[in-house]
Design a protein around this ligand. Structure first.
Ligand SMILES: *Cc1c(COP(=O)(O)O)cnc(C)c1O
Length: 387
C-alpha cells in the first residue's frame, strides 16, 4: 500500500501501533480463557476484559456494567433489534411498532425488514435533503404502540449528524426504547451516555483504530435484566447476553483504542476538520460545479461526499488508482445500484452515480490531501462533459 493514499477511514481504520503492541501478549503469554476462574492465567485474562470494559465505558461516560462485548457493530445492531423485540414478544409486551430511518446502515435496515416480515409494524421517518430526520414526523410516528426506535448518530456516507439529544427526549416521552448506531460518531463527536437517554448504543473497534472483530453494545440495566434476549446461548458470558468465549486480544485492543481516542480524539478531530474544509474549498475553486452532500454544519469532521455532475464516479476512481476512495458506503461496493443513502436524500440516480466519498483519519497528512486534491481535480477536468 506504500504509495497509495488511503482516504477511506469510514470503511475501516488501520490498527494504531500502540493498540497492536498491547494486544500481542494476549495471543501468546496471556492466552487463557477468561472464564477459567480456577487458575491465575484465566483470572488475568478476565482482568484484561475488565480493564477493556472500563476503557470503553470511560470514553462514553458509561458504567463498565453497561458494556456488552460483541464481534462488531453489525452484531451489536442485530442484538439490539432482535434482542428487544424477542424479549418483548416473550414478555407479553404488546407494543409492535419499530421506527427507523431510510439512511441507516444495512445492519439496521435488514433486521428491520426481517422484523417487518415477522409482523412488526416498521415505520421509516423521512430525512431531508441534508440527511436530517424530520423531528415532527418522528413525533407523529411515536404512538403508544412504539417499542423501539433505531436512529444512527452519524451517517457513514454523507456524514450527517442527527440531533440525538432531541431525538432521545422525544422517544422517552413516548415510553419507547432508543437504539443508536453510533459507530461513525464515536471518537468524532462527543457522546455522553450519562446525560443522553439512549437505551442501547452500538460501536465498533475497527472504525476507531482498534482491530476488526470486536465491538460493543451499551445497554441500560433495565434492558440487561430481562428486556433484551441474547442472539446466542451457551456459555453465559457477557451477563448471559452474548454466549461464546470473548475475543480477548481484540477486546484488549478495542479498550486501548478507546483510551487513545479519549485522550487524543478532540485534537485529532480539530485537525481533520481543518484539512477537510480546506480540501473542499480548494476543490471547489478548481472544479466549480462540484457539490458536497450532507449537512453543511452538522456533519462528521472527516467526511466529504462529493458529486461531480455528469462524471461517472466509477470511471473517476478507475482513473485514480493511487487513491483509496469509495463510492457510497463500502458495504454496497460491487453493487450496480446507486447508493440508497444518496437517493433517499433526493439525489437523482445520475447524480448518485457521480458521487464519491473521501474520509480522513489519524494518519492523513496535509501533503497526502493536497496531492489527492490535485489528482482529483485533474482527472475530473479530463472526464467532465464538455459544456
Ligand atoms: C461500519 C459500520 C457498521 C458495521 O460495523 P462492523 O463492526 O464492521 O460490523 C455499522 N454501522 C455503521 C454506521 C458503520 O459505519
Amino acid at each position: 500500500m506504500s504509495n497509495i493514499i488511503y482516504l477511506d477511514y469510514n470503511a475501516t481504520t488501520p490498527c494504531d501501533p500502540r493498540v497492536l503492541e498491547g494486544m500481542v501478549p494476549y495471543f501468546t503469554t496471556h492466552f487463557a480463557n477468561p472464564s477459567s476462574v480456577t487458575h491465575l492465567p484465566g483470572k488475568q485474562a478476565a482482568d484484561a476484559l475488565d480493564t477493556a470494559r472500563e476503557q470503553v465505558a470511560a470514553m462514553l461516560g458509561a458504567s463498565p456494567k453497561d458494556v456488552l462485548f460483541t464481534s462488531g457493530a453489525t452484531e451489536s445492531n442485530n442484538l439490539a433489534l432482535y434482542g428487544v423485540t424477542r424479549a418483548a414478544t416473550a414478555g407479553g409486551n404488546h407494543r409492535r411498532r419499530i421506527i427507523t430511518s431510510p439512511i441507516e446502515h444495512k445492519a439496521v435496515l435488514e433486521p428491520c425488514q426481517d422484523l417487518a416480515n415477522q409482523g412488526f409494524d416498521v415505520q421509516y421517518v423521512p430525512v431531508d435533503a441534508t440527511g436530517l430526520v424530520d423531528l415532527q414526523a418522528l413525533a407523529d410516528l411515536l404512538t403508544e404502540d412504539t417499542l423501539l426506535v433505531s436512529i444512527q448518530a452519524a451517517n457513514s456516507e454523507i456524514g450527517t449528524l442527527q440531533p440525538i439529544n432531541q431525538i432521545a427526549k422525544l422517544i422517552k416521552g413516548a415510553g419507547a426504547y432508543f437504539h443508536c448506531d453510533a459507530t461513525q460518531a464515536v471518537g468524532r463527536i462527543p457522546i455522553d451516555w450519562r446525560s443522553t437517554p439512549i437505551d442501547l448504543l452500538s460501536l465498533s473497534s475497527h472504525k476507531i483504530y482498534g482491530p476488526k472483530g470486536a465491538g460493543a453494545l451499551l445497554a441500560r440495566r433495565a434492558l440487561r435484566q430481562g428486556q433484551l434476549s441474547p442472539l446466542s446461548r451457551g456459555g453465559g458470558q457477557e451477563g448471559k447476553l452474548r454466549a461464546g468465549t470473548q475475543n480477548v486480544p481484540a477486546i484488549v485492543g478495542f479498550g486501548l483504542a478507546c483510551q487513545i481516542m479519549q485522550t487524543e480524539g478532540q485534537q485529532e478531530v480539530n485537525r481533520l476538520r481543518i484539512l477537510r474544509d480546506s480540501f473542499e474549498v480548494e476543490l471547489s475553486k478548481a472544479v466549480p460545479e462540484v457539490t458536497f452532500n450532507g449537512h453543511h454544519v452538522h456533519r462528521l469532521p472527516n467526511t466529504s461526499s462529493i458529486t461531480v455532475p455528469g462524471v461517472d464516479a466509477d470511471a473517476l476512481l478507475a482513473n485514480l488508482p493511487l487513491l483509496a476512495l469509495s463510492l457510497g458506503s463500502a458495504c454496497n461496493a460491487g453493487a450496480i445500484e446507486p447508493s440508497y443513502v444518496l437517493t433517499e436524500i433526493g439525489l437523482s440516480r445520475d447524480d448518485a452515480a457521480a458521487t464519491f466519498r473521501l474520509s480522513l483519519g489519524r494518519y492523513t497528512t496535509p501533503q497526502e490531501l493536497e496531492s489527492a486534491r490535485a489528482e482529483i481535480s485533474s482527472v475530473t477536468k479530463k472526464l467532465r462533459p464538455v459544456p
